[in-house]
Design a protein around this ligand. Structure first.
Ligand code: NAD
Ligand code: DAU
Length: 355
């Protein structure tokens, strides 16, 4: 069976990807994750007992360790999910974003190039380096602007998106200059099981269930394009299997919603699923708070390229995906308590104040 090296596979999207690949026996996975506050081994409960899933705790920036892993496991593919991923944390403290997202990706590219250059055919032609990026690199849209396409110029606005943009440029350069067979995906906002509750949807679900305020930044009219995580993982798989080296692929749900529309949908689903809750209607918990500095107004993705070249389309609607997501959080209370650690409480206190 072929081997894929996946980085950041204990985080939200990475763990959903690892579970998907292993449940269908597509590849053996070597999962390299530093287990920062966002990484959680409980996300990998099923693959833990799987002999074709090897978990390694480590930093993508540790060149010797990455070199050793590549030589030892001879992967056909490297998929780079590892990153600092939360915009608000990047505003609060950008240093780890530069370290992991820029320097870490650079190290991974350097070691992957050295490994690829030493491969014989047919392994050399089969090798792929897939870098998982974001739509935030394109900046912010006005209400009538066309959606981001692969040709939209980069204009990142936050330390997070600037660090992701820098990494994307390095990936591009490693293909253009050295011929490394790279692929880059730029995806819109994901939601689904195992998302750390610092992000909008899980934060609203968990605060709503416990009757806490639902903090909406600014006027609540910023727009995001929402995609169920399983659809993102399916898109990455089709890009890996059929994407053209050196190309980038935009991935999105075709589902633009304002933050208030998202929060209202979460509230009304919790109202339905928890009819006995003393906090109904949950929308009464909405609390408008100070806006995020430099808050991008609107993101939208034009996914025509991946649809026409690779036949990918999302399977979930926002309604079906959100229902699955809320069910997952309701059924996985152990997971929720395991991540609500001291560090999480500290972030919530620091970012939102005591209330
Ligand atoms: P996440 O924060 O949930 O997980 C990140 C994972 O990377 C964690 O397991 C963490 O321990 C690990 N990690 C961090 N630094 C590391 C390092 N130096 N070495 C090894 N592992 C390290 O993030 P996510 O939401 O799952 O996002 C995964 C990727 O997808 C990121 O690159 C992100 O930029 C991108 N992305 C996310 C979204 C989204 O909506 N969440 C959308 C588009 C793209
Ligand atoms: O677009 C893709 C990006 O989506 C990914 O690259 C990032 O890794 C991911 O975190 C996400 O970034 P956002 O900043 O869009 O996601 P977040 O969940 O933090 O916020 C979504 C929107 O909700 C945004 O407009 C800010 C707003 N928001 C967020 C939080 C946490 C609130 O109004 N209140 C909140 O408490």
């Amino acid at each position: 069976m072929k081997t894929w090296l996946v980085t950041g596979g204990a985080g939200f999207i990475g763990s959903n990807f690892v579970l998907r690949i292993r449940s269908r026996g597509v590849a053996r996975i070597v999962n390299l994750d530093l287990l920062t506050y966002a990484g959680n081994l409980r996300n990998l409960d099923a693959p833990h007992s799987d002999p074709n899933h090897v978990f390694v705790r480590g930093d993508i920036g540790d060149r010797e360790m990455v070199r050793d892993l590549l030589v030892r496991h001879q992967p056909e593919t490297v998929v780079n999910f590892a990153a600092e991923s939360h915009v608000d944390r990047s505003i609060d403290g950008p240093d780890p974003f530069i370290q992991t997202n820029v320097v870490g990706t650079f190290s991974l590219l350097k070691e992957s190039l050295r490994y690829w250059q030493g491969l014989e055919e047919p392994s050399r032609s089969a090798f792929r380096f897939l870098h998982v990026s974001t739509d935030e690199v394109y900046g912010s849209l006005g209400p009538d602007d066309p959606a981001f396409s692969e040709r939209t110029p980069y204009a990142p606005n936050s330390p997070y998106s600037a660090s992701k943009a820098a990494a994307d440029h390095l990936v591009r350069a490693y293909h253009h200059t050295y011929g490394l067979p790279t692929l880059t995906t730029n995806c819109s906002n994901n939601y689904g099981p195992r998302q750390f509750p610092e992000k909008l949807i899980p934060l609203m679900i968990l605060n709503g269930l416990s009757g806490k305020p639902l903090p909406v930044y600014g006027d609540g009219l910023n727009v995001r394009d929402w995609l169920y995580v399983e659809d993102h993982c399916a898109a990455i798989e089709v890009v890996l299997l059929g994407g053209r080296p050196g190309e980038t692929y935009n991935i999105g749900g075709g589902c633009e919603l304002t933050n208030m529309e998202v929060v209202r949908s979460v509230c009304s689903l919790i109202d339905q699923l928890r009819p006995e809750s003393p906090h109904r209607p949950h929308s009464s918990l909405v609390s408008f708070v100070k806006d995020r500095p430099g808050h991008d107004r609107r993101y939208a993705i034009d996914a025509a390229k991946i649809q026409s070249e690779l036949g990918w389309r999302p399977e979930e609607t926002f309604e079906t995906g959100l229902r699955k997501t809320i069910h997952w959080y309701l059924e996985n209370t152990d997971w929720v308590s395991s991540i609500q650690t001291g560090e999480y409480q500290e972030w919530i206190r620091k970012h939102y104040g005591e209330s």
